[in-house]
Design a protein around this ligand. Structure first.
Ligand SMILES: Nc1ncnc2c1ncn2[C@@H]1O[C@H](COP(=O)(O)OP(=O)(O)OP(=O)(O)O)[C@@H](O)[C@H]1O
Ligand SMILES: [Mg+2]
Length: 331
């Protein structure tokens, strides 16, 4: 099965956007997909997919209680399905206090068992929950995690549990190729936890038309250090509309969501967006990315054809089998 943590050492590098689009692309390839949101902040994947109505309720059962082995109900009852058919384990405020809750558990259990605190397997709890207790591999073809970028307990639990990373990167100020943080983290974790961590690929995104940005993209594509199956252009209008459509870039285009000014106010509505070829190409790249992760990294069979059903504009077909551009519109 596919297990991926979308990781980046810094904030705002399109992690949530990438996770959501990857999840929906895999879903549309015919796979059963579950996404776990480990980020307690506002503007996370839970808000994007419009789930998690109980995320601010301290009494509600939530993922932290399950990771810490003190659930209030069934794990299955935490899962909500997004409008695009992706299952989501939503975020909860308690994720923000994860470490202090974990420390209490460790104090209690190591005290009871006369164990050294340092011997407590603090990064293995999510692994135990997902694969030993809940057997998610029996119900899903793909599990993705959008972690909190801060390198602490939750991120380590995510990486220990899933083992493979997809790393979105954004052109830096000087357009340099800094992935030092990534390599360092992978090395440290491999040594400390005695596991192998794989990097599926790096995804440059937000790449504009400037010389510096184009240089930057080339540098990434030419390196042998990692795979770069696609680069995603600077698509703020498309990606920002995801937050209004409450779903993926595929949904934005198919339902034609657009944000614009009406009577002095900004409004967002479906059925309004113009179809731009460069945005259809971006969907193709997102589909290619998912195809790469599924087939090259995990050797999973997928449906290579995606039919976009665009509101009022007929269909468009993306086919990963031909290298050519997308087909001409059918209507
Ligand atoms: N290819 C792109 N081009 C331009 N803007 C983009 C692109 N992809 C995403 N964005 C926009 O960038 C902003 C940040 O993206 P996102 O929330 O995915 O980042 P993040 O890494 O999850 O941030 P955080 O560290 O806060 O969790 C969003 O407003 C999003 O719409
Ligand atoms: Mg995010």
């Amino acid at each position: 099965m596919i297990t991926v943590v979308v990781y980046s050492e810094s904030g705002g590098t399109f992690k949530t956007t990438t996770t959501a689009n990857l999840a929906v692309a895999l879903k549309r390839m015919g796979l059963d997909v579950c996404v776990i949101d480990l980020d307690p902040q506002e503007g996370n994947l839970t808000s994007l997919f419009d789930v998690g109505s109980q995320r601010h309720d301290p009494e509600a059962d939530n993922l932290v209680k399950h990771i810490l082995e003190m659930p209030d109900g069934d794990f299955e009852d935490l899962i909500e399905t997004s409008s695009e058919g992706v299952d989501v384990v939503p975020s909860h405020d308690m994720l923000g206090d994860f470490t202090s809750n974990l420390e209490q558990k460790i104090s209690y259990e190591t005290g009871m068992q006369n164990m050294n605190r340092d011997d407590y397997p603090r990064f293995e709890l999510l692994h135990k929950l997902l694969w030993e207790k809940e057997s998610l591999h029996e119900s899903y073809d793909a599990v993705l995690i959008d972690p909190n970028a801060r390198a602490e307990d939750l991120l380590y639990n995510a990486i220990f549990g899933l083992r493979t990373l997809v790393a979105p990167v954004k052109p830096a100020g000087k357009g340099n190729l800094s992935l030092d943080g990534l390599e360092e983290l992978v090395e440290n974790m491999e040594n400390e936890l005695d596991i192998q961590i794989g990097l599926s690929c790096v995804v440059p995104a937000g790449v504009g038309q400037t010389n510096a940005h184009q240089q930057y993209q080339k540098q990434f594509e030419n390196t042998d250090a990692f795979d770069t199956p696609v680069a995603i252009g600077d698509r703020d209008s498309l990606m920002d509309a995801m937050w209004e459509a409450r779903g993926s870039a595929f949904k934005v285009i198919e339902e034609r969501w657009k944000t614009y000014e009406e009577d002095g106010e900004m409004v967002s509505k479906p059925g309004q967006r113009r179809i731009r070829e460069r945005e259809i190409e971006t969907l193709q790249k997102l589909y290619e990315l998912a195809g790469f992760v599924a087939t090259e990294t995990f050797d999973i069979e997928i449906d290579p054809e995606l039919v976009l059903d665009i509101e009022g504009k007929g269909t468009r077909t993306i086919d990963l089998r031909d290298d050519s551009e997308t087909e001409v519109p059918s209507a």
